[in-house]
Design a protein around this ligand. Structure first.
Ligand code: EPZ
Length: 416
């Protein structure tokens, strides 16, 4: 199995180019099956979640060509409407295909989705919303059978602002005659990106980025060439890495507004963060004063996908930090691995108390989910001695080989 071997203690200097956002590209790939014409996505990172989604689309009959970071999708032959368990369990985003498959084939059979082991991750809000649209749904033997012969536009209220459920309902209603209103929507930038993408294909959707999205049904959608938004979580990960290690790092191709909550936290440390259009420059002298309290919230609050990384930063900050994880019930698993490196973390339910230590000591740790794995790499970058991060296939789901960017920044890291 692949692993990262890191010798910590080096500052980071240089530039990192941020690629398209994983959590945008995945729903855009699902949305591509809403047309038989060619769809092209640019600046897509080589990450395994995109590979898995492409495998699912090919299983439906799509023809997909990848060259460098462009993905060309031809769905004209995609005539299947079933996603088998061995593919669906690969990633959470298989559930996004429910909506687009229904819009394309009027029926769908999808196995329960997989994804990072960070909580129960039910799909009750997806199902309730689809039923509001008159879609018949049966859950049987680990599969969800859907039929949308009697689908009708509706005014749907989500019990909570689920990103995936919002995206699924947008894609399920694009062809439903009349006006569908989705309330209590997620407001993440990836939702706005999906609206922009579908409208570029000829859909009539407005309101993404607010809690109310309105979808006017249209007859059909056409092909499109599209560049997804930059990955705000990858960008945030490198900002936190630099804040911890010290140094001067410039991120290229970022949207600072998408990580304003992190930038505001970093501005409370001795880091200097300069923003210039689609670039962010961070200067840090290393070990920071602890951040008093970090609470993960729905966008535009502090993102749950940066919680593990900011926790790694707090383990070597001066003082004590309280981290509250409000979105996923078991997203503190990585704390146990950080403690193997000498971190002082006490977990009480959704609250983690992190007492900063002078330094972490290198050791062997195991990644158990995507963002937790990234946080272990960050810890290894500041730990004294050698850190070995194992099971890095979790990290490869959402980061192009981290060692390539980090080596360019001067880190001592090797991928075996
Ligand atoms: C998306 O997951 C992202 N994944 C996650 O990123 C991200 O952490 C999450 O949104 C929150 O921002 C993709 O976009 C592929 P949710 P999603 O539905 O859609 C509960 C990463 O590291 N819920 O907004 O699955 C759920 O349990 C990944 O890149 C229900 O109860 O998240 C959670 O507590 C990890 N019932 C909360 O809502 C439902 O039917 C938010 O989940 C759906 C969700």
């Amino acid at each position: 199995m692949k692993e990262y071997i890191i010798n910590g203690g080096r500052a980071l200097d240089g530039t990192v180019e941020i690629r398209g956002a994983k959590n945008s590209i995945l729903p855009l790939l699902a949305g591509s099956i809403l047309t038989d014409e060619i769809t092209v996505l640019h600046n897509c990172p080589n990450i395994s979640d995109v590979d898995s989604m492409i495998k699912i689309l090919e299983g439906l009959g799509s023809k997909i060509i990848r060259n460098a970071r462009d993905i060309v999708i031809d769905n004209s032959m995609a005539n299947k409407s079933e996603i088998p368990a061995y593919l669906a369990k690969e990633l959470r985003s298989s559930i996004f295909l429910l909506g687009s498959l229904l819009s394309r084939n009027k029926k769908a059979k999808v196995a329960y989705p997989g994804g990072c082991d960070i909580g129960l991750r039910p799909i009750d809000i997806h199902i309730a919303g689809l039923r509001e649209l008159g879609i018949e749904i049966q859950e049987q033997g680990g599969y969800i059978f859907c039929n949308c012969q009697n689908a009708k536009c509706a005014d749907v209220v989500l019990d909570l602002p689920s990103v995936g459920a919002t995206e699924n309902l947008m894609m399920s209603s694009v062809f439903i005659k009349g006006r569908t209103v989705i309330r209590n929507c997620a407001k993440e930038p990836e939702i706005v990106d999906l609206q922009r993408f579908l409208n570029a294909m000829g859909a009539k959707i407005k309101g993404a980025g607010t809690s109310v999205i309105v979808v006017e049904g249209v007859e059909k959608l056409h092909g499109v060439e599209y560049t997804p938004i930059p990955d705000r979580i990858v960008a945030g990960t490198y900002l936190i890495a630099t804040a911890m290690c010290g140094g001067n790092v410039e991120l290229i191709n970022v949207n600072p507004e998408h990580i304003s909550s992190l930038i505001s936290k970093l501005s409370k440390t001795t880091c200097k963060v300069h923003i210039k259009n689609d670039r962010i420059l961070i200067k840090s002298k290393g070990r920071q004063k602890s951040l008093d309290c970090i609470e993960t919230m729905y966008y535009p609050g502090f993102p749950t996908d940066l919680q593990s990384q900011i926790m790694a930063m707090q383990t070597v900050s001066r003082g004590t930090s309280v981290i509250v994880e409000n979105i996923f019930e078991t997203r503190f698993k990585t704390a146990g691995e950080l403690k193997k490196l000498g971190a002082d973390i006490t977990i009480k339910g959704r609250v983690a108390v992190v007492k900063g230590v002078k330094e972490l000591i290198g050791g062997e740790v195991h990644a158990s989910d995507l963002r937790g794995g990234a946080s272990l790499v960050l810890a290894g970058l500041v730990a004294g001695g050698q850190t070995v991060v194992k099971d890095i296939y979790h990290i490869d789901r959402g980061y192009e080989d981290m060692s390539v960017d980090l080596l360019k920044l001067g880190a001592n890291i090797k991928r075996t």
